[in-house]
Write a protein that binds this ligand. Structure first.
Ligand code: AMP
Length: 608
């Protein structure tokens, strides 16, 4: 017998969910459905998103309500519009063989009159975000006096978003006799408090240990210098050719900058943040769900409630402030029994935060190494090989061209042909990564590292206290870093301690000096000659090392099914500096992160 029937779910619902591919109940469904079906308990479920909790409360609701009556009997409150639509859609799917089930989604950012009209027509289940719900209650457009069940979904998120008062007001319009079912990924004291306030001896169900998060998620962290973060991030992406990921940033500006940079570097990415209109957000989400976007760059607030299956990686480009947020972020992967990886790219100073999250989750994180250029090339090569092997051939379409294709290749042996085919994409990676530096931050580098670390935010988030200068001398002139430092100090009369990173190349080099010293340095080199050659100093257009690797155009990603909407990209710019202009733009490279803008601060959250 179908296991859902055994749990007490009726046939027409079981038939509908079978069509959705629900063959066996998930653990939370198995444990909560029998309890909730009694209809006589308050309930607290500590469960992550992706565990199947919508059906865990949705199926019992469909069993318990009287659909002959057309007035609100169940109210489901959730934090975001996305989740609201998701739940509404799920319940409609579960009930599609039942008839006379009316569910309405009530959320902000959409026409209120449409929602009012639907309510007027008669509904039994209202799925709502608190703000809009309260608005409708205040207009006296809905009657909750006969509500039997209230579900508070993602309660911790609703509190995080400052909805406590709204929830209080909404619940005060529902009868005392109703049962309240609360679901939350985490159980901070605030959630405990509302559980206590609204519930009477609730049945408590904890899936897994408190706060451990989803067992199918592997947690990894990479330690890099802040300036190398973007390059390291791209390398991780390149090392995972089939990545379908969500990248979390702390600010709207950071999401935009990274998405733009990725686009210019030929990746398929877009940003999702609070400044977008609802229409824009829907568009981005649709592209992501359809997988025409490979990387979604999002802020915590904007990504709340995102329910997309098969997300392979969550990348914490910036760590969140709180463990709870980390749990929510990482819960976007490994949904519905799948596995996933949650990656944090940090600098050494943030190691303490990782330990804190580890403690909060009760889970050990794995310290991973940024792959070498060689690793990436090898990984990409075999990804291409597998794709060629597994590609679905459209026999009909290709047939007409086959004679000509065969003719073109008639001189090649099978081996030659295979080599060439695989090389089409591989060569690009090989070319791009052939001199790729090690991006792992050496912890034992001690003071030097700390110095980098202190200056890190400049490169990363854009407070430009240092300027990167180009000099037309390099290793061919027999300079190493020490020699060049000595030469620069001697020539410009600045202290060696103030000089930042020095990058000696072949016929040229880069070095960083405090902004305040730029004039002094350029003046110091005015008219200078080296072995009879004029020495040229210019403000580098190439930017810091994070931009160097792929920043100036970057590797144009081609392979794979994701990159359908790839824009721009451009070939990798040779020789670094030549591609730049004096204003700090690497010409096709990513928008300079320097010049931190006023609005570049974490999205403001209404705190509970
Ligand atoms: P949720 O935690 O409710 O957001 O569910 C996460 C995902 O798992 C959704 O895409 C559901 O459609 C799917 N799902 C829920 N229950 C089951 C089940 N019993 N079998 C297979 N998939 C499920």
């Amino acid at each position: 017998m179908n296991p859902f029937i055994n749990l007490g779910i009726r046939h027409d619902i079981v038939n509908a969910i079978s069509e959705l591919g629900f063959e066996n109940p998930t653990p939370i469904q198995e444990q909560s459905i029998p309890v909730l079906l009694t209809g006589s308990n308050d309930f607290v479920g500590l469960a992550q998103t992706g565990t199947g909790k919508t059906a865990a409360f949705g199926l019992p609701l469909l069993e318990l309500l009287d659909f002959e009556e057309n007035h609100p009997q169940a109210l489901i409150l959730c934090p975001t519009r996305e989740l609201c639509l998701q739940i509404t859609n799920d319940i409609k799917n579960y009930s599609k063989k039942m008839g006379n089930v009316n569910v309405v989604a009530v959320y902000g950012g959409a026409s209120i009159s449409d929602q009012l009209r639907q309510i007027k027509r008669g509904v039994q289940i209202v799925v709502a975000t608190p703000g809009r719900m309260l608005d409708i209650i205040n207009r006296k457009a809905i009657d909750f006096s006969q509500v039997k069940f209230v579900v508070l979904d993602e309660a911790d998120e609703m509190l995080n978003m400052g909805f406590q008062e709204d929830i209080d007001s909404i619940l005060s319009t529902t009868p005392d006799t109703k049962k309240t079912w609360l679901f939350s990924a985490t159980m901070p004291t605030e959630v405990r408090r509302i559980a206590k306030k609204y519930m009477n001896e609730p049945f408590e169900l904890t899936m897994g240990t408190k706060n451990t998060g989803n067992a199918n998620i592997e947690h990894e962290y990479y330690i890099v210098r802040a300036r190398d973060k973007y390059a390291a991030f791209k390398r991780i992406v390149d090392f995972n050719p089939d990545i379908f990921g969500i990248v979390f940033c702390r600010t709207k500006i950071e999401t935009q900058d990274i998405a733009e940079a990725l686009l210019k570097d030929g990746y398929n990415a877009d940003s999702l943040h609070g400044d977008l209109s609802q229409q824009q957000r829907d568009k981005v989400m649709k592209r992501y769900r359809d997988r025409s976007l490979q990387l979604l760059i999002a802020t915590d607030v904007a990504a709340r409630g995102i329910d997309v299956n098969d997300v392979t990686h969550v990348i914490n480009y910036s760590l969140p402030d709180e463990v709870e947020n980390y749990t929510h972020r990482s819960g976007r992967t490994a949904r519905a029994g799948k596995t996933g990886v949650s990656i944090s790219i940090i600098n050494a100073k943030e190691l303490g935060k990782i330990r804190q999250i580890e403690r909060g989750l009760g889970k050990k994180f794995v310290k991973a190494e940024i792959p070498t250029g060689f690793d990436v090339c090898e990984k990409q090569l075999f990804s291409i090989v597998h794709k060629i092997h597994d590609v679905q051939v459209n026999e009909q379409q290709i047939e007409q061209y086959l004679p000509r294709i065969m003719e073109e290749f008639k001189d090649l042996t099978k081996e030659d042909f295979i080599k060439r085919f695989a090389s089409i994409e591989f060569n690009r990676f090989l070319d791009y990564y052939k001199n790729a530096p090690d991006l792992n931050a050496p912890l034992e580098e001690g003071r030097r590292f700390e110095r980098d670390g202190e200056r890190a935010p400049r490169g990363e988030a854009g407070k430009s206290e240092y300027t990167r200068l180009f000099i037309n001398l390099g290793s061919v002139d027999e300079f190493n870093r020490g020699d060049l430092l000595g030469y620069i100090c001697n020539q410009s009369k600045i202290s060696g301690r103030t000089v930042g990173k020095i990058d000696v190349k072949g016929v040229y080099s880069f070095f960083e000096v405090p902004n305040a010293d730029v004039e002094k340095v350029t003046a110091g080199f005015n008219g200078a000659e080296f072995k009879g050659r004029p020495v040229r100093i210019e403000i580098s257009g190439e930017g810091s090392s994070e931009r160097r690797e792929g920043g100036g155009g970057g590797y144009p990603r081609r392979e794979g099914g994701y990159n359908r909407e790839r824009s721009g990209g451009g070939e990798r710019r040779e020789g670094g500096y030549k591609g730049g202009d004096k204003n700090g733009s690497a010409g096709g490279g990513f928008r300079d992160f320097s010049g931190k803008r006023k609005e570049d601060r974490p999205e403001r959250r209404r705190r509970f």
